[in-house]
Design a protein around this ligand. Structure first.
Ligand SMILES: CC(C)(COP(=O)(O)OP(=O)(O)OC[C@H]1O[C@@H](n2cnc3c(N)ncnc32)[C@H](O)[C@@H]1OP(=O)(O)O)[C@@H](O)C(=O)NCCC(=O)NCCS
Length: 218
């Protein structure tokens, strides 16, 4: 695996668990626990979004403080990837609470979105993102949805190509009030049986849905 690029405050360099070159098999995906450290997630987000920040973009996840992180992870269903040493190396939120305004596509029946998706830079391109996306897609189906959507910074063409390669299609654009760029709205059909089949967005267990206003830093 490549030399770690995360700052000294990040988790220890990943070692072991590589099934083949560049393929990380040592991370476990699970729900966020109350005992998980919020500052560790904030730090991970800042490191992961540093590339966009260096492009002159202002994604929320690249600059949010611990209070915002704490609020966001409670406002939807947060999943994390944890390495063998117990460090959080990936994060994603399914169905983060939306303000009333937002891309119309997100409000269609059967559509659920994910946000605050990031993997520790030193662990990227090893399959952790794929694991997190797969878990969230399965969960979205389980909740009865038929489409998994996202919002991403349009100027980040590398990221757009990542999602296109993963089967997402562009369904629109949106300008969130707290960013300095237009976002692409992308979505992918959830092809397997959709639970109840009605495409209803069920209430998520254990989600505290208060307050999130700035919820799509992706
Ligand atoms: C997006 C992100 C979460 C993906 O995590 P990851 O662990 O690197 O992703 P994976 O290792 O699972 O993906 C690797 C796959 O994507 C492909 N891939 C990786 N980067 C790619 C790119 N720039 N363009 C096209 N394909 C790409 C790899 O070839 C590999 O393909 P495979 O799944 O068929 O094997 C991670 O890059 C990240 O944190 N980025 C910064 C934060 C960010 O932009 N988040 C998304 C906001 S919407």
């Amino acid at each position: 695996m490549a030399e770690p690029t995360h700052a000294a405050t990040g988790p220890a360099p990943l070692s072991g668990g590589e099934g083949r070159a560049g393929v990380w098999t040592g991370a476990t995906v699970r729900r966020l626990l109350p005992s998980d450290a919020i500052p560790a997630i904030t730090g991970l987000l800042h490191r992961a979004y540093a590339r966009q920040v260096a492009m002159g973009l202002r994604p929320l996840a690249g600059r949010q403080d611990d209070a915002v992180t704490a609020r966001r992870v409670q406002s939807g269903e947060c999943w994390v990837a944890v390495d063998q040493a117990g460090a959080i190396v990936g994060v994603i939120i399914l169905s983060e609470r939306e303000p009333d305004e937002g891309p119309p596509f997100f409000h269609r029946a059967g559509v659920v979105s994910f946000s605050q998706f990031a993997v520790e830079p030193s662990a990227q391109r090893g399959g952790i993102g794929r694991e997190l996306l797969g878990r969230v897609a399965a969960r979205a189906r389980e909740l009865g949805n038929s489409e998994l959507a996202l919002s991403m910074a349009e100027p980040d063409t590398q990221l757009r190509d990542y999602y296109l390669a993963k089967g997402f299609r562009i369904v629109g654009t949106w300008k969130w009030p707290y960013t300095n760029y237009t976002s692409l709205i992308m979505s992918r059909a959830l092809r397997e049986r959709g639970g109840s089949g009605a495409g209803l967005r069920r209430r998520l267990d254990g989600c505290n849905r208060d307050g999130a206003r700035e919820n799509h830093g992706v």
